[in-house]
Design a protein around this ligand. Sequence first.
Ligand SMILES: Cc1ncc(COP(=O)(O)O)c(C=O)c1O
Length: 345
Amino acid sequence: MSQVLGKLDDYPRASLVSGPTPIEPAPRLSGELGLEVLIKRDDLTGLAFGGNKNRQLEFYFGAAREAGADTVLITGAVQSNYARTAAAAAARHGLAMHIQLEERVPHVDDTYRLSGNVLLDDLLGAVRHSYPDGEDEAGADAAIRQIADDLRARGKRPYVIPLGPDNPPLGALGYVVAAREIVAQLDAADTKVDAVVAASGSGFTHAGLLVGLRALGSQVPLYGICVRRDAARQRPRIADKCRALAPMLGIVDPVTDADILLDDDCLAPGYGRINDATMAAMLLTARSEGLFLDPPYTGKTMAGLIHLARAGDLAAGSRVLFIHTGGTPALFAYAPELRERMSTA
Ligand SMILES: Cc1ncc(COP(=O)(O)O)c(C=O)c1O
């Protein structure tokens, strides 16, 4: 199986994931939705409350170690799961960590600013910086590079985790690894799935899974649920990442435009903001399976899955693999809004 994924195993990787993560049935949720839902538990990747970012960070921390870095820097939303897991990875590797938190979500309160992931960032000893405009990716990248330059001038050896769209999607290799894991698990269980559903934010998860699945010969439809920007803006990002991944792996690009499936029905009113469908999906999943989803990512993604089922894209009775990408610490940052919505649900 490895050869078809080319140079995947040649990249330096720091071990951060306790895997393989299980694929579990969700019988009561399935009954509610008229589907057979299986859940890939990437909320259980291990380090620091888990999540998809640990898979991506294995490659960045591998690169940071190879570069001889003593300090790692990352930029993300205030309630960034990436920043929290990166801070934990840095702690585990004895590296200093600087995180820049961008104001991406309007009208937030102190709970959002200080609880959830931010509390964990502080417990992990990360140095926090803030950036005022969450939609200005180039500006945020320039600001984090400036912090790195200042550290370098003080004799440090910084490594910036480069997440902007102009950088090679190194983190997406973590989801090529996950695709290999999923194909092996489904083969071993002699199970086929009719569709896979995952969040599509930076697109590392979506693009990595898509390239991995197609390279391994799986033609299963993969739906990316838009959590950050609408489908029209997300499509070229996913296409670019898939195109960039093939040469990074040293393989022929296995993805066609028709493979990129996106649904943005549950995105409004925007990144990190709860809507009725997301709240309903979170409550349904908690109360049918005892499983927590988060408002910005997995709650929206489950809402997207439900929308696809209602729209007929996922046929009644079909077997669907939902990728649970973690993010549960952010639940606590949304406590006031969740309480208010529960009181009227
Ligand atoms: C919990 C969680 N799920 C999904 C995503 C989206 O994944 P990606 O950025 O790889 O598209 C993120 C991104 O921050 C996340 O934190």
